[in-house]
Design a protein around this ligand. Structure first.
Ligand code: ADP
Ligand code: ZN
Length: 219
């Protein structure tokens, strides 16, 4: 089974994706994490991606699609995957369909997580990431036991360049520009599942993940 996650940066995509992937025994693939791994290892791909990421812009499709294709060929994707952060453009969505089609697989569900933008801006401003592993904290809602230190690996917590307010605003703008065509694309394919989340509707990422699992079970 393949599930793609739509939803703005800060919508809780990553958290929802990790829960679903673990429960349904699917690989969890985040293109943002893959890019950051390349950045850390200073690969050619990382160097190329960095200039776009630091500004909150999309890395060109050609580079992104090639990277995802390689990842999909790994053994742990046998049962399928939750794709977090891919596709981000209609062109990427079409490429994904073609890639999966080669192994007679398909996208089974596109999960759109809707959170009001004002809630998102606040959430991202409160985010801290670990330099050691990919763990993310929220200094208000999900703080580490010791300030500035990762509970999991003891690594240093920092605010990513792209979590700074100006860049966040640009990421949301970039997201809005591409979201509509992706939502339409999956709506036409009749596999769109929309979930409202956030404080106003009283739904956490955990709630959303469980709703989705329930829906899949009863399908
Ligand atoms: P977000 O919080 O925006 O979901 P991610 O961690 O998913 O952030 O991605 C970080 C950055 O990596 C993006 O701002 C973008 O520059 C790049 N990126 C991730 N996925 C894609 C993609 N599918 N296409 C193009 N660029 C991507
Ligand atoms: Zn850590």
């Amino acid at each position: 089974m393949f599930i793609v996650l739509l939803g703005a940066p800060g919508s809780g995509k990553g958290t929802v994706g990790k829960i679903i992937a673990e429960d349904l025994k699917l690989a969890h693939i985040s293109t943002g994490d893959l890019f950051r791994e390349n950045l850390k290892n200073e690969t050619e791909l990382g160097k190329e991606a960095k200039q776009y990421m630091d500004k909150g812009e999309l890395v060109p499709d050609e580079v992104t699609i090639k990277m995802l294709k390689e990842r999909l060929n790994k053994a742990d994707v046998e049962n399928g995957a939750v794709l977090d952060g891919f596709p981000r453009t209609k062109n990427q969505a079409i490429s994904l369909d073609n890639m999966l089609n080669q192994t007679k697989a398909k996208v089974d569900m596109a999960l759109n997580i809707e959170v009001p933008f004002d809630e998102i801006v606040e959430r991202i401003a409160n985010r801290r990431s670990c330099r050691g592993c990919t763990e993310i904290y929220n200094v208000v809602f999900n703080p580490p036991k010791t300030e500035g230190i990762c509970d999991k690996c003891g690594g240093e917590l920092y605010q990513r360049e792209d979590q700074k307010p100006e860049v966040v605003k640009n990421r949301l703008k970039v997201y809005s520009e591409s979201a509509e065509e992706l939502i339409n694309y999956y709506e036409n394919a009749k596999i769109l599942y929309s979930a409202k989340a956030g404080d106003k509707v009283g739904k956490t990422s955990y709630d959303v993940a469980k709703d989705v699992e329930e829906y899949i079970k009863n399908k």
